[in-house]
Each structure stands twice: as C-alpha cells, then as structure tokens.
Design a protein around this ligand. Structure first.
Ligand code: RAT
Ligand code: ZN
Length: 437
C-alpha cells in the first residue's frame, strides 16, 4: 500500500541520514585547550572561566532554559539578581525542580536534555540529578568529546571565535596552538566591527591599530591588517557576524560608518583570502537585559540588503541565516537568484520541530538539495546530541516525502541516491561553499 511504502521509505531515509556524518557549521563549542570549568577525573585543575562548557549543570542552565524558568518562577518571586547570584549548581537545581519535576519537560529545550541523557546511555526516568552529575564528573573531557560526537553523528564542530571577547582573545595570544584540535574548526567572529563601529575603533586603537572613528583610507588599511592578523592567528574557515533586524546595506552611496567598514575593509579582505562571510540577521539584543544572555529577541530583517550585497560583491560568498520566521520565504527566493548566497540552519528561536519542518520543506521545494539545512548553535558540548537527533528526524521526514513524490512520477530512488543527497545536505554543500568551489 502507499502508506507502508511511505513508512518504509521514511525509515530507509532516516537510517541513511543517521549514518551520514554532519559537519556542524555553527556552534559555540570549544576543545579542552580553551579551558574547561568542570574538571573530570583525568583532567588537570578546572579553569573557572574556561570556554569548554559541558555536563549536566551546563545543559540545565542553557540560556533557552533560563528564559523558560522565569515564566514559571517569575522575578516577582525570585528576583533576577538573586538568580544570577546563585552558583551554577544552584541554578541547575532550580531549573530541574521547576521545569522538569514540577512541570512536564515538553518545550524543545527541555526535551533536548532528555534526548541527550538518553542517547548518552543515562535514563531520564531516573530523575536523578546527582546520579547524572556523578556520571559526567567521571568523564575525561577529551575522550568525552569523541563519545559525544559519535552519539551526535557529527564529524566536525565549527567554533565561534569572538575576537572582541577578552577571555578568548587572551587564550589565542597566550598559546598560538590553542586552536589546534582538528575536531574543531575556527571561525573569526567580529560583531562589534559592524554593530558598534565607534566602540570597535577605540578597542582596535587600544590594541595598537591606527584607527579613527571616521574611517579614513589609513584607518581602513588598519582594519584590514587587524582582520588579516586574526584570520591567520585563528586559521578561520569563514568569518561571521550577527546583526540586528535594522541592518541595511544600501550600496556604494551608503555613508553609515559600519557600511563603509563592511564595504571597504571587511569584504575586500575576505575576497582576498577567499573566505565566506556568515551573516546571522534579526536578533534584537537585550529586549529584557535583566535576563542577560537569555534576554534577546527577534524582529524581521531586510532581505533586499542581502540581495544588494550579493549583487555588489560577486567576488564574495555569503552564508546567511535569518532569525525571523516571516523572512523565510522572501529569503529562500533570494537564494534562487544568487549563486554566492548559501542559506543555512534554522537559527535559535526557529530551531523547533514545527518551524524546522516548515523551513526545510520550503527550502527543498525552492532550492532542491542546494542549501545547508541545519547547524546546532550548541553552547554546551552534549547539546549536539539532541540538536542533531531532532533535526535529522525532521530532515528525513521531509526528504522521504519528496522522494515519494518523485517516485510517483516514475523517478527511481535508491540507497545510493539517498546517500549522495544526505552527504550534500549534512556536509558537502557547506564544505564546497566555503572552499569556493
Ligand atoms: O543561539 C544562541 O545561543 C544565541 O545566543 C547566539 O549565540 C546566536 O546563535 C549567535 O551566534 O549570536
Ligand atoms: Zn550562535
């Protein structure tokens, strides 16, 4: 029957997708060389400001869950400042109590913790937070990364290396080999250059670059020198910024300082180095600043600015993801017009099953297999397990529907065909795009 044919096909596609290694093209994860705040048994002393976040307390205090717990225990009851003063462990206890024990953990971020525990071989039904803590404390971080990548089906993790984050910057300066773990690919991130040029100009001047608030040709040359030095130091495979919904690019006449920096310093340097530029557009920072990193929101971005960039800079390649659902159709159509534009991922507030399905379906219908459907945006190592498990399931479902449609039109689908397409979607489209092929 058609129904059992469809079920068989979905299982076949799911099986192949599960076996196909994914290159996670945007995360906030780091190898142990950047320091790890949770010391396992095999590990030297913990580094309180270490950047490699992992373990159950980090999973439970993910900023998505911080936002959710304040809906249940409002700041009228537990003031924001009191929450932020709690230790990580106390925050985790609080979130576990209110979002997992006293309510059902059905939000995507809660469910993610369950999937992660389960796929690491722990039993969510134990509801034994201290038991989970013991298990994580027994893991040696370096081996644990291998195990987690295996469980997630991820063969490479892409970092976000923020040059304006002092904690991270110092680590690159102190140890040139800090980024040498081949499981992790570096990405140079510099939001401040495009979001707050006057502040960035002062910072660069402090670091010894001859920058000024009004970008003269000399200043542009200095920003280029800064970018080249950090591209070389990190070995970045692409460069990235996240931008507010108000971001506009209006061509050569645009006199906004950040546009001048983008046009004259950033894009020419990237073209010279053959590096793609990732733009993540639509975040409104600090809608509720008292929630700190959990307090950002979303608004619609301007797709015509992306088209303008792709037109004016044919020597550059743009990887783009937009945070607003309302932008997705217009943006996917834009991707049909520009071969130097690669749509990627279902970002942040869009990383929910219903929206992933809708976006993936639309992208396949408009772009075939020529896009990068997902990235994890993981901040805590083990999150790649659930983010990829949940997304693979949806990508499989949509892909199977599409295969069923073409096979009804007489086009044969085989394991080999599915394997080829899975590899494109989870790995090769991104790899080829950043390589400039
Ligand atoms: O998804 C997130 O965790 C956000 O907080 C941001 O990191 C966002 O993904 C970004 O890269 O700016
Ligand atoms: Zn991110």
């Amino acid at each position: 029957t058609t129904d059992s044919y469809q079920t068989g096909l979905t299982n076949q596609v799911r099986g192949i997708l599960d076996e196909t290694p994914a290159w996670d093209l945007h995360t906030h994860l780091y190898p142990p060389t950047f320091g790890t705040p949770l010391s396992g048994t095999g590990q030297s002393a913990a580094d309180a400001n270490g950047l490699m976040l992992w373990g159950i307390d980090e999973l439970l205090t993910y900023h998505y869950l911080v936002a959710e717990v304040f809906r249940v225990v409002p700041s009228r009851v537990l003031p924001y400042a009191d929450f932020w003063q709690m230790s990580k462990r106390e925050q985790a206890d609080h979130i576990w109590q209110h979002l997992f024990l006293e309510r059902s953990p059905i939000s995507e971020a809660c469910r993610g913790v369950l999937t992660t525990l389960q796929r690491l071989g722990l039993d969510p039904a134990d509801k034994d937070l201290d038991g989970y803590r013991k298990w994580f404390a027994q893991q040696e971080p370096d081996d644990h990364i291998d195990r987690v990548m295996q469980a997630a089906g991820v063969c490479r993790i892409t970092m976000t290396n923020d040059v304006f984050d002092d904690n991270e910057r110092q680590r690159w300066l102190a140890d040139p080999t800090v980024g040498g773990d081949s499981r992790f690919a570096p990405v140079l991130r510099f939001d401040a250059l495009l979001c707050d040029w006057p502040a960035a100009a002062r910072q660069l001047a402090d670091w010894g670059y001859r920058t000024s608030e009004t970008p003269s040709p000399d200043c542009i040359a200095e920003v280029q020198r800064f970018l080249r030095e950090w591209i070389d130091r990190t070995g970045a495979i692409y460069c990235a910024v996240s931008l507010p919904p108000t971001f506009r690019f209006e061509g050569p006449e645009d006199t906004q300082l950040s546009s001048v920096i983008f046009r004259e310093a950033v894009l020419p340097t990237l073209a010279e180095r053959n590096l793609a530029m990732a733009l993540m557009i639509g975040v409104v920072r600090g809608v509720n600043p008292r929630l700190s990193i959990a307090g950002d929101g979303v608004e619609k971005a301007d797709v015509s600015s992306i088209c303008r960039l792709c037109t004016d800079f044919p020597q550059n390649r743009f990887m783009v993801t937009l945070l607003s659902r309302e932008n997705q159709h217009e943006f996917t159509v834009a991707a049909r017009k520009f071969d130097n534009l690669m749509p990627f991922g279902c970002w942040w507030f869009l990383n929910n099953p219903s929206l992933i399905e809708e976006m993936t379906r639309m992208r396949m219908e408009l772009l075939g297999t020529s896009f990068a459907p997902q990235h994890s945006d993981a901040r805590v190592l083990e999150q790649i397990v659930y983010k990829w498990a949940h997304s693979r399931e949806i990508i499989a479902k949509v892909l199977a529907d599409k295969y069923a449609e073409v096979s009804r039109a007489g086009w044969p689908i085989s394991d080999e065909v599915i394997r080829r397409d899975a590899k494109l979607l989870l790995h090769d489209n991104f790899q080829e795009f950043i390589a400039g092929r």
